[in-house]
Design a binder for this molecule. Structure first.
Ligand code: ATP
Length: 637
């Protein structure tokens, strides 16, 4: 239960993947070594700092010269005619004249030996200088073009400062491309032994490995290596890992880049980087060029929000790929989660024409991945990797790696010396439900409300959605929630029935139904916000994408079914009505179930108030004690 907007952390296969996406990044144990290394700014900053300190120090230690009083030109001319001037200095490029007098005089209240006057710029010609010299005064013209040494130093430091800042900006913005895209040598690569599961992807990549290992064998048959491969799949499924493993297996180096490396606001920088990448690849051949997050480089041209510069960069990439004959031994690999965003031109034969699907791991794949990551972990005898694999339906490789890593961290904190089953269980709860927030103070009335809400989810979910097994119900404040009824699918499911999806909606609305039944319509809370998001999104997909509503029928709202355009307003309003009707029906069903099993919901809520956390077995026992049998077997999860 979230403090304000959301009350639950109950999960469905659809929502689970999305909620866990951000965890993937934490599991990136094998981050790509980015070429180029860190930019060293400190020497430049040091030089700039020294120059500025020198100027400031010089100014502070040097007594500031008192400027001579400025007099009218007529007074200066009078003094010159009277023979009182010993020396004339033409300063500031001829716009200022400084006259040294033969004897000190009282000028503007001060006794001075020097006065200054202004003349129009370039107003002092050679004839004037000769005339002044003829009057007996010594005439000098400033050698610094009118600037004092102090001004010259200031100007110099300004130039150095501007130069330094410009250099930093250019370097930061990518004008300075030296050192980018350096190949990672084969000695630092992984092999396919480091990749769990992904059997189909491995099979697809065998050709590339074989070609890169022995190109002559293929060339003798006139065969060319596939030039570009596109690894497509959800985040954290091991696409980057596979690219590195292919390079490792073939014993070639790999040059890595990210699509965003080429996105620059400065004209020409993106295409320059593409050229540089291709140049590095030619030098390092045979090699693999791997571009991660490829959609930000290879996105559809002409799309709104896509700048002209991005299109030029993509064109440059296509030109570079076309310019390679296929015999250089350069294999381009790119990874994306958004294949639909790519420009059709990048998938043309001769470019990224081989699609390698890297999907979420199956139960056997998950076991494989867990075994790989357990190689370096110290597991206790009670850890059953097969059981963990069966409980982690929908988890990506990155999430599994993260699970073991979190468990290892917990074991270190506990000082147990090995990772036990309870660490893995706690790590799973932490990842799925968030860290326990011991400091959160929840009033008794709010605790009861949360308990009723979660009991509603649990009981309605157990009845309407037996495919998703109840894991546990809790009213501990964790992460951003105040409580959760956590369900998880027990097997990999690729298709969902209408009955199951309606059950998911009903289960999501079970919390609000319990509030309504026990507290009345005036006392329902804001905590069901997240439940409504989940219910609405499932209902919308059922209506708009899966043809599961009579009102809209078997018409898809997907833009690709409407020549890329959004469906018409009449259809959109039909969809809205159908979604609303579907949710209304399921909300009524949830409410009816809570009323029917009111005693069970209340007993589960009371037990939650007493124990904070209930296992699926506890809930099922309470239900059985009230004469309600649910399908889920005891100790299933
Ligand atoms: P993204 O699409 O977000 O770039 P990705 O598909 O490229 O993600 P990787 O970066 O390859 O995912 O994987 C991240 C981490 O997850 C890896 O470093 C590894 O620890 C783990 N991992 C993912 N898939 C596997 C796998 N099949 N076998 C072993 N470890 C894996």
């Amino acid at each position: 239960m979230r403090p304000s907007p959301v009350l639950r952390a109950e999960r469905s296969p659809d929502s689970g993947l999305r909620e866990r996406r951000d965890l993937r990044s934490r599991a990136r144990l094998d981050l790509l070594s980015r070429s180029g290394g860190p930019v060293r700014y400190w020497p430049i900053a040091l030089v700039l700092g020294l120059v500025i300190a020198a100027v400031v120090g010089w100014r502070l230690t040097r007594p500031a010269p008192v400027p001579p009083p400025v007099v009218a030109y007529s007074e200066f001319a009078r003094a010159l005619t009277a023979g009182k001037v010993r020396e004339i200095l033409v300063d500031q490029g001829g716009s200022r004249i400084v006259a040294e007098l033969k004897a000190k005089e009282l000028v503007q209240g001060h006794v001075v030996a020097t006065v200054a006057t202004s003349v129009p710029a370039r107003g002092v010609s050679v004839e004037v200088l000769e005339r002044w010299a003829a009057s007996g005064a010594r005439v000098r013209v400033s050698e610094h073009g009118g600037r004092s040494p102090e001004q010259v130093l200031q100007l110099l430091s300004f130039v150095v400062l501007v130069g330094g800042v410009s250099y930093l900006v250019v370097r930061q913005r990518g004008g300075h491309t030296k050192g980018r895209f350096l190949p990672t040598p084969p000695s630092r690569q992984l092999t396919l032994k480091d990749v769990g599961g992904a059997q189909e992807a491995r099979a697809d990549l065998q050709d590339v490995i074989a070609y890169l290992k022995d190109p002559a064998r293929f060339e003798a048959m006139g065969a060319k290596c596939p030039k570009g491969l596109l690894l497509v799949g959800p985040p954290g499924t091991g696409k980057t890992l596979l690219a590195r493993a292919v390079a490792g297996e073939a014993g070639v180096s790999v040059i890595t880049a990210a699509g965003s490396d080429f996105n620059e606001m400065y004209v020409g920088v993106g295409s320059k980087r593409v050229r540089q990448l291709a140049e590095q690849a030619r030098k390092a051949a045979p090699c693999i060029v791997f571009i991660d997050e490829f959609d930000s480089l290879g996105g559809r041209r002409g799309r709104p929000n896509r700048s002209g510069e991005e299109e030029v960069t993509l064109n440059q990439l296509l030109v570079e790929m076309d310019g390679m004959g296929g015999s250089e031994g350069i294999v381009w690999m790119a990874a994306t989660n958004r294949e639909d965003m790519l420009d059709p031109a990048v998938r043309r034969p001769g470019r990224f024409d081989r699609i390698v699907e890297v999907g979420l791991p199956t139960a056997a794949d998950r076991l494989d991945i867990l075994k790989i990551h357990a190689r370096t972990a110290k597991l206790a005898a009670d850890v059953d990797l097969e059981r963990i694999a069966s409980l982690t339906v929908g988890h990506s490789g990155a999430e599994l790696a993260n699970l073991l890593n979190e468990a290892a961290i917990m074991a270190v904190h506990e000082g147990t010396g090995e990772i036990c089953a309870r660490h893995i269980e706690a790590a799973r709860d932490k990842i799925l439900l968030g860290r326990v927030r011991a400091g959160v103070v929840v009033s008794q009335s709010e605790r009861r409300l949360v308990a009723l809400h979660e009991a509603g989810h649990a009981v309605v979910g157990l009845i309407t959605c037996p495919e998703d097994r109840l894991h546990k119900v809790t009213i501990e404040a964790r992460g951003r929630t105040l409580g959760a009824a956590h369900f998880a699918p027990d097997v990999d499911r690729h298709l969902h029935t209408r009955r199951y999806l309606l059950g998911v909606i009903c289960k999501a609305l079970g919390g609000r139904a319990a509030e309504l039944v026990f507290l009345g319509p005036e006392n329902v809370t804001s905590g069901a916000g997240g439940d409504l998001v989940q219910a609405t999104s499932v209902a919308r997909r059922m209506v708009a994408d899966f043809g599961m509503s009579d009102e809209v029928g078997l018409v898809s709202a997907d833009p690709s079914a409407h020549n890329g355009a959004a469906p018409g307003s009449q259809m959109l309003s039909q969809i809205d009505n159908a979604v609303r009707a579907l949710i209304r029906t399921e909300a009524d069903r949830a409410e009816a179930l809570v009323r029917e099993h009111r005693a069970v919901v209340e007993a589960v809520a009371d037990a939650l108030l007493e124990h904070d956390v209930l296992s699926a077995d506890d809930v099922i026992r309470i239900a059985a004690a009230h004469g309600v049998e649910v399908e889920q077997a005891l100790s299933a999860v």
